[in-house]
Design a binder for this molecule. Structure first.
Ligand code: UDP
Length: 231
């Protein structure tokens, strides 16, 4: 298989069939733009299973995604897409960089759902970018941006419900989108690496903050997320 790209937590190969890619999840955990890095054996498998489960649920509920087939525990077949160069962040509760930047205590409720974009550029450190900046430099058109936002809000509603049933509070998360065959598709992954997930009763963190903040029990948290989603 021809390797197209190796990222921090996944490797992308070209698929046998034209217009497809194969994505393999790795066990590497990184934070702070790759400055903190560690191997967590089993993380790839957990994230793949969680992400596949969420993608399948979203697809059942009308969200278009890149996922074509689960190949094995850490590998999936996806549609090849032209990635929209922004990360879409949705926040239901204040946490992380939002809390820090605006001086709002972590865990504070918000009067409305927040949506943010950051420009996907390791070199620039993924800077925050607004709508008019996105269209100005040609990252996306106004129409595409509108669809992107509507889809992100719909995904938030669906995921909030899914996690609520599992006794988990969806604090915030990051999405990535791509274009293929004239359609906007949800791409990348949705996992404890890309979401903040707190236990509904105890507020215990079950996500990558356990790694970022050296809290220990990283994989135990991810495993609990998977077990509860499967229940
Ligand atoms: N996030 C992500 N990748 C990034 C940046 C953020 O998956 O490159 C996720 C992160 O896990 C959290 C949400 O997006 O669920 C919001 O992250 P935040 O902006 O608070 O940044 P952080 O505190 O992670 O630096």
């Amino acid at each position: 298989m021809e390797k197209l790209y190796e990222g921090k937590s996944k490797i992308v190969f070209s698929g046998e069939e034209a217009g497809t890619c194969i994505i393999k999840y790795k066990d590497t955990a990184t934070a702070g733009n790759g400055l903190k890095k560690e191997d967590l054996p089993g993380k790839g498998k957990l994230n793949a299973e969680i992400s596949n489960l969420i993608f399948e649920y979203l697809m059942k509920n009308g969200i278009k995604t890149h996922l074509l087939k689960v190949i094995d525990e850490t590998t999936i077949l996806v549609k090849k897409a032209d990635i929209v160069m922004v990360e879409v962040i949705v926040r239901n509760v204040a946490a992380g960089s939002f809390s820090k930047k605006y001086g709002v205590a972590e865990g504070s409720s918000l009067n409305n759902t927040v949506i943010e974009f950051s420009y996907k550029s390791d070199e620039l450190g993924d800077p925050m970018i607004n709508d008019s900046q996105i269209t100005a430099i040609g990252i996306s058109t106004e129409d595409e941006l509108k669809e992107l936002k509507e889809t992100a809000f719909r995904i938030n509603e669906l995921m909030t419900k899914l996690f609520e049933k599992a006794g988990i509070r969806l604090i915030d998360f990051k999405l990535e989108f791509g274009r293929a065959g004239g359609e906007l598709l949800l791409c990348d992954e949705i996992s404890p690496d890309s979401c903040r997930l707190w236990d509904m009763n105890t507020n215990d963190k079950m996500d990558k903050d356990r790694f970022r903040r050296d809290m220990g029990g990283v994989l135990e948290g991810y495993k609990a997320v998977l077990d509860r989603l499967k229940d």
